[in-house]
Design a protein around this ligand. Structure first.
Ligand SMILES: CC(C)(COP(=O)(O)OP(=O)(O)OC[C@H]1O[C@@H](n2cnc3c(N)ncnc32)[C@H](O)[C@@H]1OP(=O)(O)O)[C@@H](O)C(=O)NCCC(=O)NCCS
Length: 206
């Protein structure tokens, strides 16, 4: 199997390294890619910071996963990954459940104890954080962040670049529009227009 690099060296990137290490047949992690030159050479939980993508060996194929926990920097990392010809790796912690009828895209990270249920379709470079549940027949676009402990019901649609804060609850058949943000702990009872931030119970625009 090809080796892996993790883009970024923040909290989520470190978590992803440990998820990968827990996977059966895990690839070797070459290191973190980090643009702060001062951090080059640091070692985080046994994994070195390599520096920028220019510091990478020419070896291909090389796997990569985005380590940013917010949508905009994550989009940047996806662009860098594509420009450098890296192959996105699907990271699924061994305690997560993805049922056989669900489909999950390349570069997505499914954290410990997350559940992706029947016929759900999850896009590329998504983060489903720990303890989150993704209901049956859901559609999740690309580069979506589903925060820790979210409860996303059946038939929900989360368009590209949506961010769900920790513990958000989305009721059945709701659509959350592209780039919308749902605050931590919100209960979403109505569709959320693209680019809108909603908070509270029931969730309302902020
Ligand atoms: C919704 C959110 C994105 C707004 O961030 P922001 O634009 O920086 O908002 P601010 O912190 O400036 O707060 C603005 C107002 O919204 C309120 N607010 C912020 N988040 C809220 C939330 N989740 N629920 C209810 N009200 C909230 C604040 O109390 C504040 O109200 P005020 O103007 O009456 O004082 C953010 O607060 C949030 O919930 N992020 C999710 C973080 C998270 O879950 N991370 C998981 C990491 S693993």
């Amino acid at each position: 199997m090809a080796d892996l690099v993790i883009l970024g060296a923040g909290g989520l990137a470190r978590e992803i390294a440990e998820y990968v290490q827990a996977m059966p047949d895990a690839p070797r992690i070459l290191g973190f890619i980090e643009y702060d030159a001062a951090r080059s050479g640091e070692v985080l939980n046994g994994v070195p910071i390599l520096g920028t993508l220019d510091a990478l060996p020419d070896q291909r194929p090389l796997l990569a996963v985005a380590g940013a926990g917010n949508v905009a920097p994550r989009r940047g990392q996806i662009g860098e990954m594509e420009a450098a010809g890296l192959e996105p790796m699907l990271v699924v912690h061994p305690t997560a459940v993805i049922v056989p009828s669900a489909a999950v895209g390349a570069g997505t990270v499914v954290a410990p104890t997350a559940v992706i249920s029947s016929n759900a379709r999850v896009g590329a470079h998504v983060l489903v954080n720990y303890g989150a549940t993704v209901g049956h027949d859901m559609r999740i676009g690309d580069c979506v962040i589903v925060g820790p402990g979210c409860r996303v019901s059946g038939w929900v649609t989360l368009e590209d670049d949506v961010y769900l804060g920790a513990g958000a609850v989305i009721l059945p058949k709701i659509t959350v529009g592209r780039g919308a943000v749902v605050g931590a702990g919100a209960v979403v009872t109505r569709d959320v227009p693209a680019g809108t931030t909603v908070v509270g119970v029931p969730a309302r625009p902020r």
